[in-house]
Design a protein around this ligand. Structure first.
Ligand code: TTP
Ligand code: MG
Length: 545
């Protein structure tokens, strides 16, 4: 595998990031505060602030005490209820869909729009101005042979129209980056803030990337990759551009080396993937210390209630619950996250979906505590700093549950969307300086945000440390695919094949019965199924007789 430069720039991509998003949502509700410095507070952290407040040097995720030192007249508004932010986020996403069907949501306030088709249509009409709207990086007159300067110019005019209409229709100002791929559009959009737009032309890319300076300024290069590159003295983007490909390949493997070389030159072929409903709906709560089982149960009860409002908004019926626990090892002074998951009886979720009866809530809590006991041995002292709950598989309200949907485990496990959650009684200060106490809501795919880990980190880690991974993140070891093919004589006689037997054993009889019924309904299909599916059927028969 060799690295070669990419020369064509057929696409036009716009990245849009809403300015001081939570603050704008709040200020649209209280416009009288717009000219004052306003911070949005979660626990003791100012997660964001309006640009009035930023004039005082207030940064995102700053301690309230620090922010007040910089600006004593700062008005603090609570940002702990995410409902309005999610609603605004969905409205904004829908608004962008009127410009292109290819809109990818990234977090709550960022979207990529692939406007290539729209640009082509306008190019045909041939009545666009041949000049770029907003800031430009690169030399417009030194035109690229592929014709992208004209297309990017039209893209910049579309970006301006979108920004103007977004402000008029929904009231939000934003920044836009226009370029020929996602990586560059995102990086470019943050050059001039707030309420501005910037277009990057291909002849400006190499220098633009060098100007980022350190390698971890590139989205996709996380802490681990940065450290690994440091071992061969690659610290800056320029170092990465200049390093011999063979040397890099030796360090990271060919796939990652190619990715890194591409990133350093601003090459990114990833398509804009139209966003669908999230694969996971989850909440996490971090705190200084929990060491009593009763406190854990109470935390899970609160998380479950909050989670059910999200499920209600989503409208689908959850099928699997996942518990996340971060344990702190006082002796070794390290923290480690672990997860376990289990199916849940779908009948627990009444109509409308999300309205839980007390009895159903208790049954769910039993399953959750069963998973918790699989992670934490409560007969010994324990120190927890984070608990999380997520639903990770869904059934459409009237939909069919297919065996195929259960076999799609790889996709389910690779994407986890966790929403940071804060409650009043929790303490946000991290125990360990490496543990962030403030995570951006609905982050893309990081289940463990500390330290910053990217897809590239994961590729590299898989290659380098594959054995270490086994226990770090251990969703139920019972994989449907494996089970169906291998069988398992250790399972209790009545345990459905998709449930962790140890969790199952701890559940009340009626919940066990419901899980068995769900399992049979899902897996025991008429005999017309073939191949893989009939192997699953054989497995059920063998274990449930
Ligand atoms: P950002 O887009 O990073 O920040 P912002 O929109 O507030 O400001 P900017 O003008 O620089 O784009 O994040 C979007 C929202 O996500 C932000 O308003 C608050 C929230 N958030 C968190 O909850 N935790 C975090 O660590 C960060 C960075 C943001
Ligand atoms: Mg923003």
């Amino acid at each position: 595998m060799e690295w070669t430069k990419f020369v064509d720039h057929p696409r036009t991509i716009i990245h849009i990031d809403i300015d001081c998003f939570y603050a704008q949502v709040e200020l649209l509700k209280q416009p009288n505060l717009a000219s004052k410095p306003v911070g949005i507070k979660q626990k003791n952290i100012v997660v964001t602030s309006n640009y009035e407040a930023r004039k005082y040097g207030i940064k995102k995720c700053e301690l309230v005490s620090e922010a007040l030192k910089k600006c004593p007249e700062l008005i603090l508004l609570s940002g702990e209820d995410l409902h309005d932010y999610r609603q605004a986020s969905n409205q904004i996403h829908s608004f962008f869909l009127s410009y292109s069907s290819k809109v990818e949501k990234l977090g709550l306030d960022e979207n990529y729009l692939d406007v290539t088709d729209l640009v082509r249509d306008r190019e045909r009409m041939n009545n666009e101005k041949d000049e770029i709207n907003g800031h430009v990086i690169g030399e417009y007159s030194n035109k690229c042979a592929c014709g992208c300067h004209e297309r990017l110019s039209i893209g910049s005019q579309i970006a301006f129209e979108i920004r103007t209409k977004l402000k008029n229709d929904l009231g939000f100002t934003c920044c836009a980056g226009v370029s020929y791929n996602k990586l560059l559009a995102k990086l470019t959009g943050s050059v001039h803030k707030p309420n501005q737009q910037t277009t990057l032309l291909p002849n400006g890319t190499a220098q633009f990337m060098i100007n980022l300076n350190l390698v971890d300024r590139i989205p996709g290069i996380g802490t681990k990759t940065k450290h690994l590159l440091g071992t061969i003295d690659v610290r800056t983007v320029k170092d990465l551009q200049d390093i011999e490909f063979t040397k890099l390949k030796k360090l990271t493997g060919p796939e990652a080396a190619l990715n890194l070389k591409n990133l350093s030159q601003g090459v990114d072929n990833a398509p804009v993937k139209p966003s669908s409903k999230p694969l996971t709906i989850g909440l996490e709560d971090g705190f200084r210390k929990i060491s009593l089982e009763s406190d854990v149960k109470e935390k899970f009860r609160i998380l479950l209630l909050r989670l059910m409002t999200l499920v209600e908004e989503d409208g689908r019926i959850p099928m699997t619950v996942k518990v996340t626990v971060r344990k702190h090892d006082n002796e070794r002074r390290i923290s480690q996250k672990e997860t376990k998951q289990s199916p849940v009886p779908t009948c627990l979720f009444g109509q409308p979906v999300g309205k839980l009866s007390e009895e159903s809530a208790n049954k769910l809590l039993n399953i959750i505590m069963g998973l918790f006991h699989r992670i934490v041995n409560i007969s010994k002292p324990f120190h927890l700093t984070l608990l999380g709950l997520a639903f990770t598989k869904f059934q459409e309200k009237n939909g069919n549950r297919s065996i195929a949907s259960f076999l799609l485990r790889k996709r389910d496990l690779s994407v986890q969307s966790l929403t940071s959650f804060v409650s009043n009684e929790s303490i946000a200060e991290p125990v360990d300086p490496n543990i962030p106490c403030c995570s951006k809501s609905e982050s893309e795919s990081e289940a463990e945000p500390s330290p910053k880990k990217t897809k590239l980190d994961v590729v590299i880690k898989k290659r380098k440390f594959s054995e270490d991974d086994a226990d770090m993140c251990s969703p139920s070891k019972l994989k449907v695919g494996e089970l169906s093919l291998n069988g398992d004589s250790e399972l209790p006689k009545e345990c459905p094949g998709n449930v962790d037997p140890d969790v199952f054993r701890e559940l009340p009889h009626d919940v066990q019965q419901e899980l068995i019924r769900d399992w049979k309904l899902t897996y025991v299909k008429p005999k017309t199924q073939n191949s893989k599916q009939s192997l699953i059927l054989n497995y059920c028969v063998a274990t449930n007789k």
